[in-house]
Design a protein around this ligand. Structure first.
Ligand code: TTP
Ligand code: MG
Length: 198
């Protein structure tokens, strides 16, 4: 397939943990596979919750993935026949992911990126704000708030069952032992500085 006839684009799938971002990525990959498109899937080396050469959703669907240390490594795998490039957990990459995504889309490649829009503090996570800004299409998924049952847009980090503190490190790999989805009004961060006074 000659990519010069394809229109490149960037799609971002974001939202809190437990929203089904990985599941949605795998769904899009599967459809591309049915269409016999050449797809490359990448994930950062940092997330080792599951088997290393796979991305796995909560409902246990899987697809093969290449683990990389930094975003520029993606370019080493790109050949003429690549139709789509998929990146999960993009919040963990450096700012170069933004330039890589632009470059691939300019070359006619469909770029599908999944990642947390907010960290546990409820603040933009890594390069995600820039990726959201340059995307042709944004899918913002929600989970379900464990307290209110309302749509959850935030990820609550819990340490020994208590809300984590604003000064805790941003990166803490984990799942339901340390995190749960919450709506805005039930999201708690200890010692969060007040930025706007009433
Ligand atoms: P995700 O894939 O976003 O979590 P998920 O699999 O529950 O969500 P989905 O079903 O939508 O795919 O993985 C998030 C990873 O990021 C997880 O290892 C925990 C980590 N993390 C941090 O390091 N810091 C943070 O502030 C938050 C919120 C998560
Ligand atoms: Mg995921």
């Amino acid at each position: 397939m000659n990519n010069s006839f394809n229109e490149g684009r960037i799609e971002v799938i974001c939202g809190p943990m437990f929203a089904g971002k990985t599941e949605e990525i795998i769904r899009r990959v599967r459809r591309l596979n049915y269409a016999k498109k050449k797809v490359l899937v990448f994930k950062p080396k940092i997330d080792n919750r599951f088997a290393e050469d796979l991305i796995v959703s909560h409902n246990n669907s899987k697809t093969e993935a290449i683990e990389i240390d930094n975003a520029l490594e993606i370019l080493l795998y790109i050949k003429k026949d690549v139709d789509a490039v998929v990146v999960d957990e993009a919040q963990f990459f450096d700012a170069a992911i933004v330039d890589v995504a632009q470059h691939l889309a300019d070359r006619g490649i469909r770029v599908i990126i999944g990642g947390l829009d907010n960290n546990f503090k409820g603040e933009p996570f890594g390069p995600m704000p820039q990726l959201l800004a340059i995307a042709e299409e944004v899918t913002k998924l929600t989970a379900i708030c464990v307290i209110s049952g309302k749509p959850a847009t935030r990820t609550q980090r819990l340490i020994d069952g208590k809300p984590a503190s604003y000064n805790d490190p941003i990166v803490l790999i984990g799942a339901s032992e340390s995190y749960e989805p919450r709506a805005r009004s039930y999201h708690e961060v200890l010692n969060k500085p007040v930025k706007v006074k009433k």
